[in-house]
Design a protein around this ligand. Structure first.
Ligand code: NAD
Ligand code: LMR
Length: 340
């Protein structure tokens, strides 16, 4: 019958993937800052992810509404909203992945570092709670400045004795998403098949797209065009901040990027092979303690930090130029976590 052949083909497909969403392990994902500009669409996208069984939405305000709304969607996960500091523990308990988009966004004229004074304290508080309630979770840090908030998180975890460098990620996926989009547009190739590694950090010139390693490799781009693509990728966040004219920074494209990265983390945890994404992680790739590069994800988080591959002269110059700024942003985060 049609039904049995359908069942047969779907079970074969599931067998090929080695699991289906129904038999995928239970996974709790917590979003901290879930009622914000990123948090809301990210909550929606994570509700659509069949790898999630429990979706925990935390914010200082507004989460009951977001959770009630998202919970009506007929997908796998159970959704619970938690509001206020006294409920943060429950929001985090048992989480496999914690995504952190909590904090203030930029307005025109600001750098990401201008957010440090407010967001550093927010991140420190949330990470302290993670050490108590879900010390083994994979942490996906979105809050800016990522170049400093990731080092802050690492210091908070070290002080609590829970630090595992394999489980802390700065989310730089939006830089990759932008590089792919801009490159495909210029090279006139279908965007769906494009890949571009982006390394370094997540602010201005610390964002270094490696177009020499882009696939498919386009031969129709001049050096000037590559320089322009590099600049546009580095300034992508500012492009959105200016277009929003005071109403914040990227939220929708960030939610998409955050959902891609969290999905990769979940796949890694579930044992799917060859899951590779760029991320800002503890690293030996350069002399700096943290650096974004391609990372292979696995059952423990980072399985392998991949090297930079071959760089052309323009990319080598970009790498040299970004190291001092990235170094000082990392040191600023470490100093903050240790002084207060
Ligand atoms: P937003 O102001 O719209 O939302 C932030 C949310 O965080 C708010 O709902 C707020 O209530 C919540 N919040 C504040 N303090 C909190 C706390 N202690 N605990 C839990 N929640 C708290 O801002 P947004 O547009 O969603 O941006 C959030 C952050 O993400 C900003 O720092 C922004 O710069 C950053 N960002 C990063 C990337 C990236 O690529 N990594 C991209 C875009 C934005
Ligand atoms: C981005 O890259 O869009 C984010 O980091 C937000 C910002 O301030 O640019």
């Amino acid at each position: 019958s049609i039904r049995s052949s359908l069942q047969k083909s779907s079970s074969t497909a599931a067998g090929r993937r080695s699991y289906s969403s129904e038999s995928a392990p239970e996974r709790k994902v917590a979003i901290l800052g879930a009622a914000g500009g990123i948090g809301q669409p990210l909550s929606l996208l994570m509700k659509l992810n069949p790898l999630v069984s429990s979706l925990s939405l935390y914010d200082i305000a507004g989460t009951p509404g977001v959770a009630a709304d998202v919970s009506h969607i007929n997908t796998r996960s159970e959704v619970v909203g938690y509001m206020g500091d006294e409920n943060l523990g429950k929001a985090l308990e048992g989480a496999d992945v914690v995504i952190i988009p909590a904090g203030v966004p930029r307005k025109p004229g600001m750098t990401r570092d201008d957010l440090f004074n407010i967001n550093a304290g927010i991140v420190k508080g949330l990470c302290t709670a993670i050490t108590k309630y879900c010390p083994h979770a994979l942490v996906n840090m979105i809050s800016n400045p990522v170049n400093s908030t990731v080092p802050i998180a690492s210091e908070v975890f070290k002080k609590a004795g829970t630090y595992d460098e394999k489980r802390l990620f700065g989310v730089t996926t939006l830089d990759v998403v932008r590089a792919k989009t801009f490159y495909a547009g210029k090279a006139k190739v279908p965007v769906a098949g494009v890949n571009v590694p982006v390394v370094g950090g997540h602010a201005g010139i610390t964002i270094l797209p490696l177009f020499s390693q882009a696939t498919p490799q386009a031969n129709n781009l001049s050096d000037e065009e590559i320089v322009a693509l590099t600049k546009r990728t580095q300034d992508g966040g500012t492009e959105v901040v200016e277009a929003k004219a005071g109403k914040g920074s990227a939220t929708l494209s960030m939610a998409y990027a955050g959902a891609i990265f969290a999905d990769a983390c979940l796949k890694g945890l579930n044992g799917v092979p060859d899951v590779v994404e760029c991320s800002f992680v503890q690293s030996n790739v350069t002399e700096l303690p943290f650096f974004a590069s391609k990372v292979r994800l696995g059952k423990n988080g980072v399985e392998e930090v991949l090297g930079l591959g071959a760089l052309n002269d323009y990319e080598k110059q970009g790498l040299e130029a970004l190291l001092p700024e990235l170094k000082s942003s990392i040191e600023k985060g470490i100093a903050f976590a240790n002084k207060s």
